[in-house]
Design a protein around this ligand. Structure first.
Ligand code: ADP
Ligand code: 5GP
Length: 188
């Protein structure tokens, strides 16, 4: 069977996770690719559901062992990556793989899947709104907010390399637009 993938990338705080969660409920064929990370879980995050939370040493050992399709040090001393075993698990279930990855990871995954992937960039309405959303989420320290905002200008420049850009101003409209683009991709 042909593998298909939908990947979402965006500056942190754009609303990518919010959009993905709504779409996961709509598309029965979707299965989320659970990434590995060396960061600590946030309150409410569960190992094996939101991420595979690995110690930095375990993460590095698995990199050395060539277990990742891609990985990035997204923030200083914080690594995130897609395990090859995750792709095998989801394809084995005959599902469409859904990725939530940073912009570099997204472009790497797009290169790997080619036309079998739809690469979606979730664009915040402005940097000011991005900052408000990151603060409003209430999950990050000031240091973490600054790290995330520090990357966002560069990430926004890469949006043209994606198949589709969705501006996440009004959430309902953004979800509807994304759903239409995905339906076109899955039926073409
Ligand atoms: P990301 O996964 O891109 O880091 P999140 O999905 O966690 O972003 O969203 C960041 C914050 O912004 C969350 O508190 C979320 O509820 C809020 N949010 C997401 N989309 C919108 C929107 N369209 N309008 C207002 N707030 C939003
Ligand atoms: P957070 O710490 O907010 O969960 O994620 C931080 C960033 O890491 C987000 O941009 C997210 O998309 C990215 N990310 C999560 N998993 C992966 C992954 O497997 N690979 C890459 N390259 N980035 C990831």
């Amino acid at each position: 069977m042909k593998r298909k993938a939908i990947l979402f990338s965006a500056p942190s705080g754009s609303g990518k996770t919010t959009i993905i969660k709504q779409l996961m409920r709509y598309f029965d064929c979707f299965e989320f690719s659970i990434s590995a990370t060396s960061r600590q879980p946030r309150t409410g995050e569960r190992d094996g559901i939101d991420y595979y939370f690995l110690s930095p040493d375990t993460f590095d050992a698995r990199v050395k062992n060539d277990e990742f399709l891609e990985w990035e040090e997204v923030y200083a001393n914080t690594r995130y990556g897609t395990l090859k075993s995750e792709i095998d698990r989801i394809c084995g279930n005959g599902k469409v793989i859904v990725f939530d990855v940073d912009v570099n990871g997204g472009l790497n995954i797009k290169r790997f899947f080619g036309d079998d992937a739809l690469a979606i960039f979730v664009m915040p309405p402005s940097i000011e709104v991005l900052e408000q959303r990151l603060r409003g989420r209430g999950t990050e320290s000031e240091e973490s907010i600054m790290k995330r905002l520090g990357r966002s200008a560069k990430e926004l420049e890469e949006s043209t390399k994606f198949d589709v850009t969705i501006v996440n101003d009004d959430l309902t409209r953004a979800v509807d637009e994304t759903r239409e683009k995905i339906e076109q991709f899955l039926t073409r």
